[in-house]
Write a protein that binds this ligand. Structure first.
Ligand code: ARG
Length: 464
């Protein structure tokens, strides 16, 4: 057999007289990023070797030696003993195969029969994405559990509901918290869809066109617990849609977290004073001794931008690249890992904040009671007495203008004052505008009344 020329790659050195070194090697390498896929890579290789032996493509002894060798490599990597060699290990696939061959000799060289790094990396990424999606779904679920628990514990607390960040109508805090519960439940659906997208076997596509060996792709799919075989080899090695799906799902998770965090930032401000974040979720200032900052909520809000960036980054990488594998695709893993890591850790951080924040029910109720939030109900009252809604709206609008001019709240008005605006007002109007009653009247399905909320609790619980 011809000798490899010095400096040529052990994997493809046959046609080369030298290999990229130094800065070029570093530029081309992905090991620092994809070493994270080592466990997936080894699982895939064991399944592949076992299938090759079952189909008589390699001997049973070779497959046995390969699997035992891969276990030894796994042991070295997990214990931190594995010596990566940046001079030759361009990526995790090459590092593992190099070490395998060092450990078991020529049998190691048979592992790559009927395979390419192109289907190998597609497989590893899919296995990673599946697990990552399951992890995200678990975190989402714990946050949903915490939101529901908190909502149940605070079921009597009323606070202003806002539109345009202007006080609009009073709502129950539980209702507000459950709004997020439902957002995160939709995130679970999106994450599960991404998990299904990843759950397919690209192995056997080889470099791009399939292989001349009598492989069995269903067998590797079964061994790796993948639910189907990708029907087209070109698609198998170039499809990264499952990554887009997962990063998109993570982006929407971040959008939701960021909205919640923005509210926590507002609510914990001195001006609102609706909640106090616990000390563990706050930081102080190095100069202003009085400060208590909701850093973690702000950070989650900030990290949202990075995850959106990950989505745009991968979309842009995928744009316009010809079939099948192109080296551009090596840039896919950083955004994938970053989006998954950021969303997963952000979910845990926000769950902690929600579980530990102190709610100031008195401040919330005060804010809900003060001002003009019963205005819609006052109009509804007049409608109940036979006035068309548009006309009722105008009457109450004039009333509100009076309150604003005199710095009064609606429930400061006496019956006499009310009757100046409409003869239809009677004594029962005074309790009609009490905040509890305003809330309790919103009994429509999905509304904020305690009664309607009980139905929401049941639905939420049955979903979990
Ligand atoms: N490190 C590469 C990646 O992440 C593995 C596949 C390389 N394939 C190739 N033909 N160069 O995409």
């Amino acid at each position: 057999m011809p000798e490899l020329r010095k400096g040529a790659s052990p994997l493809w050195g046959g046609r080369f007289s030298e290999a990229p070194t130094g800065d070029l090697a570093r530029f081309g390498a992905s090991l620092e990023v994809d070493r994270r896929l080592w466990a997936q890579d080894i699982a895939g290789s064991k399944a592949h070797a076992t299938m090759l032996a079952a189909k008589g493509i390699i001997s049973a002894e070779d497959a046995k030696a390969i699997c035992a060798g891969l276990d030894a490599v796994a042991e070295e990597i997990s214990s931190g003993e594995f010596a990566f060699d940046s001079a030759v290990d361009e990526d995790i696939h090459m590092a593992i195969e190099r070490r395998l061959t060092e450990l078991i000799g020529p049998a190691g060289g048979r592992l790559h029969t009927a395979r390419s790094r192109n289907d190998q990396v597609a497989l590893d990424s899919r296995l990673f994405a599946k697990e990552a999606a399951a992890g995200l779904a678990r975190e989402l679920r714990s946050l949903m559990v915490t939101l529901l628990e908190r909502a149940k514990a605070e079921r009597d607390v009323v606070l202003p509901g806002y539109t345009h960040l202007q006080p609009a109508q009073p709502v129950l805090l539980a209702h507000h918290l459950l709004a997020y519960f439902w957002m995160f439940s939709r995130d679970v659906t999106r994450v599960r869809a991404a998990e299904r997208a990843a759950d397919a076997n690209p192995l056997g596509a080889a470099a791009l066109a399939g292989t001349t060996y009598p492989i069995d792709r269903q067998m590797t799919a079964d061994a790796l617990d993948l639910s189907r075989v990708i029907p087209n080899s070109l698609d198998a090695v170039s499809d990264r849609d499952f990554m887009l799906d997962l990063i998109y799902a993570a982006s929407v998770v971040m959008a939701h977290l960021s909205r919640l965090c923005e509210e926590l930032v507002l609510w914990s401000s001195a001006e609102f004073g609706f909640v106090t974040m616990d000390d563990a979720h706050s930081t102080g200032s190095s100069i202003m001794p009085q400060k208590k900052n909701p850093d973690f909520a702000e950070l989650v809000r900030g990290k949202t931008g990075r995850v959106y960036g990950d989505l745009v980054s991968l979309l842009t990488t995928l744009k316009g690249i010809p079939l099948a594998y192109d080296k551009d695709l090596q840039e896919d893993k950083e955004p994938l890992f970053d989006a998954v890591d950021t969303a997963t850790s952000s979910l845990a951080v926000v769950r902690g904040m929600v579980a530990t924040m102190e709610v100031h029910a008195d401040r919330m109720a005060h804010a809900a009671g003060e001002g003009l939030m019963a205005a819609t109900d006052l109009a509804d009252y007049l409608v109940g007495k036979g006035l068309p809604f548009r006309e009722a709206h105008r009457v109450v609008g004039a009333l509100v203008a009076r309150c604003v001019a005199r710095g009064k709240a609606l429930d400061d008005l006496t019956l006499e004052e009310l009757r100046e605006f409409s003869e239809l007002f009677e004594a029962d109007v005074l309790s009609w505008v009490e905040i509890r009653n305003v809330v309790a009247r919103r009994r429509s399905e999905g509304g904020t009344s305690p009664e309607a909320l009980e139905r929401q609790f049941e639905l939420a619980e049955s979903l979990l």
